[in-house]
Write a new protein. Structure first.
Length: 221
């Protein structure tokens, strides 16, 4: 990709119900504002060859959504992806290239001033290699770890059952000893894997946090 990048636009989030992609906030960088890591990623992955739409919105509810627009001197490249995490599980080489660019973009978004309040910028983990101005607090980090190690584990299967009025009675047990054991073992195993990644490869861990952060962005912080 030898042509100069004049502008980068990125829209991402979750589409629920009949929500349209236009309802999601767009982040924009122009010329000198474009992070160098992002420029390198776009060039390295030769994104100009990857324009198009990937995945199906109907594959999940809510649908994960990414739209990257790269405005070049003399042309525009649009990459639209529905349910990126689902597509990544297929091992498709093009999706992996797109994901590497989007992970870099997600870190760049974290450097946008309005993303964090002054209070939320306090307590950032100094070990994480984030762009200048970006802050990923320990609480943000904990929210993502909770999502991956606990919320997305076996407890989701327990939560997916039908409602019963008996659930409102605090004197009754809502989970068996065996179910509790399964939940805790799975959560502990996943947490150990994530902590090992944080210590062994802070860059990869920061990318993982940036990628999943939007899933917990509305959680208490």
């Amino acid at each position: 990709m030898s042509r100069e990048i004049e502008r980068v636009e990125y829209r991402s989030g979750w589409l629920r119900g009949n929500a349209e992609p236009d309802s999601l906030t767009v982040q924009e960088w122009r010329t000198s504002e474009i992070p160098k890591d992002l420029q390198k990623a776009i060039t390295r992955e030769n994104l100009v060859d990857l324009g198009g739409t990937y995945g199906r919105r109907a594959a999940a509810e809510p649908a994960e959504y990414d739209h990257l627009r790269v405005v070049l001197a003399g042309g525009i490249v649009d990459v639209e992806v529905f349910n990126r995490r689902v597509l990544l599980s297929t091992g498709d080489a093009e999706i992996k290239r797109i994901d590497r660019v989007l992970c870099t973009l997600e870190k760049a978004v974290m450097a946008v001033p309005e993303i964090f309040t002054a209070e939320q910028r306090v307590g950032a983990d100094p070990r994480l290699p984030l762009p200048p101005g970006a802050k990923f607090t320990y609480r943000d980090q904990a929210n993502v770890l909770t999502l991956l190690a606990f919320r997305n584990g076996p407890i989701e299967d327990l939560h997916a059952g039908k409602y019963s009025p008996l659930l409102e009675d605090p004197q009754l047990s809502r989970i068996t000893d065996e179910e509790m054991k399964t939940v805790m073992i799975d959560a502990s195993s996943k947490l150990a894997e994530l902590l090992a990644l944080r210590d062994a490869d802070p860059e990869a861990f920061a990318q993982l946090l940036a990628g999943w952060w939007r899933s917990v962005r509305d959680w208490e912080r």
